[in-house]
Design a protein around this ligand. Structure first.
Ligand code: ACM
Ligand code: ZN
Length: 546
């Protein structure tokens, strides 16, 4: 429902309410601990992402401290709802009740979409769902409604009576964080997971390795993190330090600095397991990315024999890649994939494959030898061979393998899930899907939240449409969108928040497939920025809100 429709609808509803108020005055008590309140203005809510359908009723529902939650709502959804109600009602506890008796009830409805839900707020609150995901998203919507209650002069907590029917248009609503350039504590990433879940984002890709650092423990190769997790301040660190003299937002988080000259740190497998459990319970699938054969310097510095030249280094544009002609390289990577596949229960694993500098491969005897032996023609063929070997191994571990679209070779494509980012190849996503391969869209001009944030960028992300630039993308192979934050110039939580919010709210609405209306969005946004602040998350305040 767009803003105009919504407003017309509300105006009509207000008129009906006004007529109603001439007839009935005061409050009447209803069952289940609510007090029906018919003499105060209608409450309204600012939901993000906007549900597919929202119809306001003609009065408010007032909540009391006797509000009960169905015992059939379990686990984290129950906890989230309970904490929210305690906060809203100023109550130190909320009771449970049998589903039929409870004020907030649930019911299974197999006619709904897989992640769909329906909320009916009338004399009580009913939430219908088909799957556990649908139930969770319904609870998150309900939390937004409850948190946006109005309080009357005589302290009644009002929410609007309404019917919401909602389901996402796309199954993949992803977010990606680069933890290699600058990293964040898992306690902060848990807060980010809370926010992602609040906005129904259901995938989180962690970019765990790159030239600038190796961030995940691999038990077989402890030096990957002990040594590869650290770097002498690089050019970005130095730039951040320089800028921080006049802008504290560029201050590097001191928890990741040692000896005043090195940046680093890593996550143990136990810590990551704990984070994955936390995020999974909030509906988020945590996907690891181990970037290869390029962007691999953190490992090559520790094991220099992995590169063609026997040392880490930099080519014309990108870092020296792994030597793809050396069989030990494959064994090394497979050992890493064994541990990463076991650690991350996700169906997905991302193997990078972006920005591979292939000059070394042209000069390397072993690489050239393998090209001849396997009849691969040239270094592009070698890259494709490398990707195929690694993908086949990851698949043998039951994974669906993801790679950046750099891995797509038109005349010999690999069966991968492609994350498309290179907007200078606008025909590629259409071609990938037409050849039968699935695609996640994260084109850098709109979905890279690491760009200096502005109101214009926010608006263009919110209003993004595939066409006319990206044509021919087959719907059934287009899984959805993903936004990403690359952290070269994002060295602390404050800066991360400024880049991520409110872009993430705009993204959530696009990714969910809501009817989008910019001016309506700008009206709904302020409450959400306040909510972030209350929860200790930084954001950028757009010019239209100041
Ligand atoms: C990328 O931005 N190199 C995927
Ligand atoms: Zn080589």
């Amino acid at each position: 429902m767009n803003g105009t429709l919504n407003n017309n609808f509300i105006r009509k509803r207000l008129a009906i309410l006004f007529i109603g108020m001439q007839i009935c005055t005061g409050y009447s008590c209803s069952k289940n601990g609510s007090i029906e309140n018919q003499s105060t203005p209608l409450s309204k809510v600012s939901l993000i992402p906007l549900p597919q359908s929202l119809q306001y009723g003609s009065s408010n529902l007032s909540l009391t401290k006797e509000t009960t939650i169905s015992r059939d709502i379990e686990g984290i959804p129950h906890e989230l709802l309970k904490i929210t109600l305690m906060q809203v009602l100023g109550s130190s506890s909320i009771s449970n009740a049998a589903n039929e008796e409870a004020f907030i009830r649930i019911s299974k409805d197999n006619t709904l979409g897989d992640e769909g839900y329906r909320i009916n707020i009338d004399e009580s609150i009913n939430l219908s769902y088909k799957t556990t995901e649908g139930l969770l998203w319904g609870i998150q919507t309900l939390r937004q409604i409850l948190l946006q209650h109005s309080t009357t002069q005589n302290s009644l907590i009002n929410i609007p009576k309404l019917i919401i029917s909602d389901t996402p248009k796309k199954t993949w609503r992803g977010f990606h964080i680069d933890l290699a350039r600058h990293m964040f504590n898992l306690s902060y990433l848990k807060k980010i997971a809370d926010v992602l879940s609040f906005y129904k984002i259901n995938k989180l890709q962690l970019h765990l390795t790159d030239d600038q650092g190796w961030r995940i423990e691999v038990k077989k190769y402890p030096m990957l993190t002990m040594q590869g997790g650290w770097r002498e301040f690089d050019e970005y660190d130095k730039r951040c330090i320089e800028l921080s003299n006049s802008d504290i937002d560029f201050t590097i988080d001191s928890r990741f600095i040692r000896n005043n000259s090195e940046y680093g740190g890593y996550y143990t497998q136990e810590e990551m397991k704990d984070f994955i459990t936390y995020a999974t319970k909030r509906g988020i699938d945590v996907i690891p990315e181990i970037d290869m054969p390029g962007h691999f310097s953190a490992a090559i510095k520790v094991f220099p024999e992995l590169s063609c030249t026997g040392q880490a280094g930099w080519g014309k544009e990108f870092s020296y890649p792994i030597c793809a002609g050396r069989m030990e390289s494959y064994a090394f990577i497979k050992n890493i994939l064994d541990e990463i596949s076991a650690l991350f229960p996700s169906e997905y694993i991302h193997i990078g494959a972006d920005e591979v500098e292939m000059d070394n491969w042209k000069k390397c005897e072993r690489c050239q030898g393998l090209i001849q032996e396997k009849n691969l023609k040239d270094v592009n063929g070698l890259k494709n061979y490398f990707v195929e070997q690694i993908a086949t191994y990851a698949k043998s571990k039951g994974k669906t393998v993801m790679a950046w679209d750099d891995a797509y070779i038109g005349n010999n494509p690999q069966d991968l899930l492609y994350t498309y980012w290179r907007d200078w190849l606008p025909d590629e996503p259409g071609e990938i899907t037409q050849k039968g391969y699935p695609l996640i869209f994260m084109e850098w001009g709109h979905f890279y939240l690491s760009a200096t944030p502005s109101d214009d960028l926010l608006k263009s992300l919110y209003q993004f449409n595939l066409e006319p630039k990206f044509q021919g993308i087959l719907k059934n192979k287009f899984l959805g969108y993903q936004a990403c934050v690359w952290t070269e110039m994002i060295p602390n939580e404050r800066k991360f928040g400024q880049h991520t919010f409110p872009s993430l709210q705009a993204f959530a609405e696009l990714a969910w497939g809501s009817d989008r209306n910019w001016s309506n969005f700008t009206e709904r946004l302020p409450w959400h920025l306040q909510w972030l602040t209350q929860n200790g998350i930084h954001s950028r305040t757009p010019g239209f809100i100041k």
